[in-house]
Design a binder for this molecule. Sequence first.
Ligand code: ATP
Ligand code: MG
Length: 423
Amino acid sequence: MSAIDYDIKQAAVEAGDAPRVGDLENMRPLPRISVHAFCESEQLQQVMDRCANDRRMSKVSLRITSGSTAAAANMFASTPTPNLIILETRANPQNLLAELTPLAAVCDPSTKVVIVGYYNDIGLYRELIRNGISEYMVHPVSMTDVMAAMAAIFVDPDAEPLGRSIAFIGAKGGVGASTIAHNCAFGISNLFSTETILADLDLPYGTANIDFDQDPAQGIAEAVYAPERLDEVFLDRLLTKCSQHLSLLAAPSMLDRAYDFDGQAFQPVLDVLQRSAPVSVLDVPHLWSEWTRSVLAAVDEVVICAAPDLANLRNAKNMLDALRKLRPNDKAPYLILNQVGMPKRPEIGPSEFCEPLETDPIAIIPFDINLFGNAANSGRMISETDSKSPIAETFSQISHIVTGRVALKKAKKGGLLGLLKRK
Ligand SMILES: Nc1ncnc2c1ncn2[C@@H]1O[C@H](COP(=O)(O)OP(=O)(O)OP(=O)(O)O)[C@@H](O)[C@H]1O
Ligand SMILES: [Mg+2]
């Protein structure tokens, strides 16, 4: 190790975020993240290939591209950014920040960036870390260096929790909360190539298994009734793959037993989901019990689905008020109006419905018995049944909003590296 190299690593140690280089054997497997590496040198390409074949990477969706920062900026102008970008650049310290600007403009704020550079420059290192870059490593890096950098971001106990959880619940039974949750889980996994887990919390009656045409033997019941066994490995065995990036933690949907839960019963499930995938979508049944309240209190986002009648309005108002109290430091739950415009049904107009709720709906989904009926009966999602339908577009918009991706692709005004700043 050169003296200057030592300086950079020493600075990282002082900052308390040095990668724990060396001990591959003790490294825990990486969770279901997406990683895209842009390699300028053959050497890094080979290192990334070796990473790809490591057992700790088996859940990682890894892409390796020969190219540099410009190639990355180009690619992500039209496609969503992954959880982690590894970027090799020969840019010198004076030019590096400027070189990153076009990428910053198209980078989702949740995406982490690790840079492999060619300059042992402590000032540059500090400046990059200040600007939200997760790690700066100096070429040539080893496979252990790369794996340790990824583990420091996504595995370490003091790393930021990986996953965001989004709960969908109906203001009344049968308003389409599950249908919306399933279509959004599918949309999020598909549109952003983000590993997503859909957990069906409606144990006796859940329909996620039917909606995705699956019949798994195990699922959420095994998880909730065996909290002492529940870790990432056990969870893996309970998941069923629905599509390339979507896994299902299915409900038993059987009435061979009664399903009563303690208030905190689902907490271990939420914890393991959060450690296992960047996004978890929870299909919460229309209940107001200790356990549903504590699930709704614990998740990152709540989405209330309502149909436009008086009972829905009253319930949505009560739910919004109760959830604002339960989550005083979070933004209010999102509202979706569904099954709007059912023929012959007297309805409350959207603005009249939303005025007392003091919130605007993030989507208004029309009643469309044909489209939803066909999708439900064929075990497919709306975007698979009719990708051109405006309702498929609405689900895409909801997927963007609930994952905070709305501002994606809009260059931020102001500071150069504004979008890379996430400290
Ligand atoms: N916009 C819509 N237009 C027509 N039918 C719809 C629409 N949204 C949902 N549905 C249908 O309504 C029915 C109930 O939907 P779903 O099971 O998703 O509701 P839920 O709120 O989860 O009900 P539960 O209270 O049983 O959990 C399903 O048959 C679904 O296909
Ligand atoms: Mg439901």
